[in-house]
Design a protein around this ligand. Structure first.
Ligand SMILES: Nc1nc2c(ncn2[C@@H]2O[C@H](COP(=O)(O)OP(=O)(O)O)[C@@H](O)[C@H]2O)c(=O)[nH]1
Ligand SMILES: [Mg+2]
Length: 251
């Protein structure tokens, strides 16, 4: 069943953008809006832990009417709201789709979390996982569900590669190998050719979604992990099923 449970072509394509803090997710969304805003009706949902900073950034970028950008405040674990309990995001998406009917594309930005957070296929039809060259050339090789199985992997900020000593071609080829040759785009917002590649990828997914040929993939659950608060005292872990459990105070 596609996200939302309706015939795929009857609503907007829901596209998730995930990846660690600072890799350029909000900027990538602004780039997509700039590249496609004239031909597609686009809405954006952002996820922030406590603020609506990403939504404000995107509104101030002036790439979409401000009302088309909505923020979901996720609370402590940003990945939970895109994977385990997607209710708040689904409601925000459906509200946006209703208010601006018809939309062609709704882009959902994950709260920047860690390397392994992915979207549930119950929330998005397709997902992009973003890495940046400044995170190190070997990150792509290390894999994880987003890197390995998102519909598209973006290796972002290629303009910085010479400054951080990363070989982009090598990083892309490592990523392609880790992904069994699923799509990889090396992107910089200042490189028009790379923006054109991203644009073409989005349009390709939209075409196949409208034709009923696109199948939402589940990259898989994140690895078991835990979160600690700033003083390291509060531990909140997730098991393989993504269920939060085992809240413990260690001090
Ligand atoms: N050099 C360079 N910097 C970028 C690029 N895209 C984003 N950034 C910068 O990276 C930082 C984090 O970007 P942001 O979109 O907020 O990342 P997010 O946390 O993943 O949403 C900001 O300072 C951006 O200006 C890019 O293509 N090249
Ligand atoms: Mg952001």
């Amino acid at each position: 069943m596609p996200a939302g449970g309706r015939a795929p072509a009857a609503r907007a394509l829901r596209l998730g953008v995930a990846g660690p803090v600072g890799v350029g997710k909000s900027s990538l969304i602004a780039t997509v809006c700039r590249a496609l805003g004239a031909e597609l009706r686009i809405g954006v949902i952002t996820n922030d832990i406590y603020t609506d900073e990403d939504a404000r950034f995107l509104r101030s970028a002036g790439v979409l009417e401000p009302e088309r950008i909505r923020a979901v405040e996720t609370g402590a674990c940003p990945h939970t709201a895109i994977r385990d309990d997607v209710t708040a995001n689904l409601l925000a998406t459906e509200d946006l789709e209703r208010d601006f009917d018809p939309l062609d594309l709704v882009i959902i930005e994950s709260g920047g979390d860690n390397l392994t957070a992915t979207f549930s296929p119950a929330l998005v039809d397709a997902q992009i996982f973003v890495l940046d060259v400044a995170g190190g050339g070997d990150v792509a090789r290390k894999g994880g569900p987003g890197i390995g199985r998102a519909d598209l992997l973006v290796v972002n900020k290629t303009d910085l590669a010479p400054h951080v000593g990363v070989d982009v071609a090598q990083m892309v080829s490592d990523a392609s190998a880790a992904r069994e040759n699923r799509a990889v785009v090396a992107l910089s917002r200042s490189d028009d050719a790379s923006v054109a590649q991203l644009r073409a990828w989005v349009l390709g997914v939209l075409d196949s979604f409208r034709a009923g040929a696109h199948v939402a993939q589940d990259p898989g659950p994140m690895a078991p992990h835990f979160h600690a608060d700033e003083d390291g005292g509060y531990v909140h872990s997730h098991d393989d099923d993504g269920r939060a459990h085992d809240h413990a105070h260690t001090h």
